[in-house]
Design a protein around this ligand. Structure first.
Ligand code: AMP
Length: 595
């Protein structure tokens, strides 16, 4: 642990954390303004190898270029299993494992461009499958293993899944029952399967026995590599499509934002079922050639502190919910650990309270560096950097190459940029960075609606101060962020509506001191059904079974009627305002009110 950086301010929330430069390890982005001024995406692209004739493939940048050079014998993946077992794969070994997987896909007749879904939890096979599928020119779609059968089925149907890589337990519990809804799903590969049960393949038969000689499919920069589902306020989940070219942003942000240096041991705590776990739990660290630590276990303070110390983690990328859980345990909980290797800490996914940034500085001798991005942006867009002062509570400044602004939408569909500092508006980014989503799957119009002229509109409200730092204000829509996971209220409402007792549902996020927000449902019952504790429990159980624990509501409240607009839409905004005792705002569209 190094000495805490200097915090100068009268109160914690106005604090500025001034950085002391470390002569031993100068930051990759030492002069933000100079790099920003001279930045070009072509130069960023030139940091990678590329393929002959202008091709680009994520797996090549993550593995081949290291495995064929001096990093071949370096540990690429250090995996810590739930049962205490460990595995380490060098760059050369991970390359050959991914070649086997790509070979297996070819033997099964899977074509480039087809979609390979992964639903496994953090097991080694996940990393092999993802990188192997990129090699084979397939599109990878990760699914969160805590999803219930319904979100899994919806996403696999929408995404026309051709191959699924999963575990026997997840298959039995979540996929077997929905398989008839997935006629296009040709192959299920069970990472721990014995072979040919339930019409599935066993990893050890089809992958481990495959040869590791495989010629990488020479993808073009614009070929689609990733499909990430994310939640909107209404309708089905949105499938954000990302091209191989996204690797330019992943690599650059690994270098500039996470400040990855050659000898680093990096740990990203996010699950690869979500975009952070893919972009920064797999792609960025490997393209930077560092050792990537993967922990199969879920959060537990002692385990996490143990990992940081024993694995000698030098760069740690985590999330506010986890930081708040650690804070609750106090500094005593980390007194017995030695974090002398830790050099840089970053956080993403939800607002990071200023107290948490300051606590990091006190407890670890360095602040958590908050950064902002979203599924659609594919990589970090706004960040606090190793060499810049940190204003606790601020998301930081735009990545070199990214132009960010606060805008106001006009009635004609355009936007006005708000140049004045400290004014609230919608956060917008000038389009054209490499990891910008290329489309929403089968919903081009929805994609088009995200743009006004040259600006991509993020749906987040923010402000920018006079020093150019951005501050998160809130979401412009009804989407809920709980424990870092984006949850679409519509998906939760739809699952509850399936229950025979339910007439109407409105789902909102309510503040939670640890998880940021918690999902709460307001339910009106059909005639003949009365509110009761049993029915409340039954509905919670139904939602949990259908949606999984990560998405299901934590509380349900019965109402005789819910507030609706003239067109019959439930006014979540009003439910929320009333729940939180906030002003009710414009009620001109309110047609029928709750009772
Ligand atoms: P996702 O697409 O699931 O990664 O969620 C993206 C959303 O998470 C953003 O649009 C924000 O609403 C929120 N978010 C991400 N990072 C931050 C941050 N550093 N501060 C506040 N909100 C964040």
């Amino acid at each position: 642990m190094s000495d805490a950086n200097d915090v100068r301010a009268s109160s914690k929330t106005d604090a500025v954390i001034h950085k002391q430069a470390s002569p031993a390890c100068p930051p990759n982005l030492a002069d933000y303004d100079a790099v920003r001024a001279g930045f070009s995406w072509d130069a960023a692209r030139a940091r990678l190898d590329g393929l002959p004739d202008g091709g680009l493939n994520i797996a090549y940048e993550a593995l081949d270029r290291h495995a064929r050079g001096p990093r071949a014998g370096r540990t690429a993946l250090r995996w810590l299993g739930l049962d205490g077992s460990r595995r380490a794969l060098t760059y050369a070994e991970l390359l050959s494992a991914s070649c086997r997987f790509a070979h297996a896909l070819a033997t099964l007749g899977v074509q480039p461009g087809e979609r390979v879904f992964v639903l496994t939890g953090r097991v080694v096979e996940l990393y092999v499958a993802v990188l192997g599928a990129f090699r084979a020119g397939c599109t990878v779609c990760p699914l969160f293993s805590a999803f219930g059968p319904e979100p899994i089925a919806t996403r696999m149907e929408l995404g026309d899944a051709r191959v699924l890589v999963t575990t026997s337990a997840l298959y039995r519990r979540k996929v077997a029952g929905i398989r008839e809804r997935l006629p296009g799903l040709r192959h299920v590969i069970l990472t721990d399967g014995k072979g040919d049960e339930d019409d599935c393949h066993a990893w050890r038969e089809v992958v481990e026995r495959a040869p590791d000689a495989y010629t990488l499919v020479a993808t073009r920069p614009e070929d689609i590599a990733l499909l990430h589902f994310t939640s909107g306020t209404t309708g089905r989940p949105k499938g954000a499509l990302h091209a191989h070219q996204a690797v330019v942003t992943h690599h650059l942000t690994g270098h500039y934002v996470l400040d990855l240096h050659d000898e680093d041991v990096f740990w990203c705590t996010a699950d690869p079922g979500w975009v952070t776990g893919m972009s920064y739990g797999i792609i960025a660290p490997l393209t930077c050639g560092v050792t990537n630590v993967v922990v199969e276990a879920e959060f537990d303070a002692a385990t996490w502190y143990g990992v940081l110390e024993q694995e000698q983690v030098s760069v740690w990328y985590t999330a506010p919910t986890a930081i708040r859980m650690l804070m609750k345990l106090g500094q005593e909980a980390l007194a017995d650990y030695d974090f002398k290797h830790l050099r840089f800490m970053a956080s993403v996914g939800e607002p990071l309270n200023p107290e948490a940034v300051v606590w990091g500085n006190e407890a670890f001798g360095m602040p958590f560096h908050d950064n902002w991005w979203q599924t659609e942006t594919g990589g970090i867009m706004i960040a606090n950097y190793a060499a810049l002062d940190v204003k606790p509570g601020s998301m930081g400044r735009p990545l070199p190459g990214i132009e960010a602004a606060i805008v106001a939408r006009r009635e004609d569909g355009g936007v006005d940029v708000i140049a004045e500092p400290d004014r609230e508006g919608e956060l917008a980014l000038k389009k054209g960075w490499p990891s910008m989503m290329r489309d929403y799957l089968n919903e081009h119009e929805r994609y088009e609606r995200c743009f006004a002229g040259d600006w991509y509109l993020t749906g987040d409200l923010a402000r920018q101060d006079a020093d150019g730092y951005f501050w998160f204000v809130g979401r412009a829509d009804d989407v809920i962020k709980s424990a870092g996971h984006l949850i679409g209220p519509f998906e939760v409402e739809s699952a509850l509506m399936e229950h025979p007792a339910v007439a109407e549902v409105g789902v909102i996020g309510i503040p939670d001191p640890v998880a940021g927000e918690q999902v709460k449902a307001f339910v009106a019952l059909k005639p003949g059904h009365e509110p009761s504790l049993e029915l409340n429990r039954a509905l919670l159980g139904h939602a949990r079974k259908r949606l999984g624990a990560a998405v299901a509501p934590k509380t349900i409240e019965f109402r005789t009627n819910l507030p609706k607009t003239r067109s019959g839409k439930i006014m979540r905004r009003l439910l929320k305002a009333r729940e939180l005792g906030l002003p009710e705002g414009d009620l001109s569209t309110l047609e029928s009110d709750e009772q």
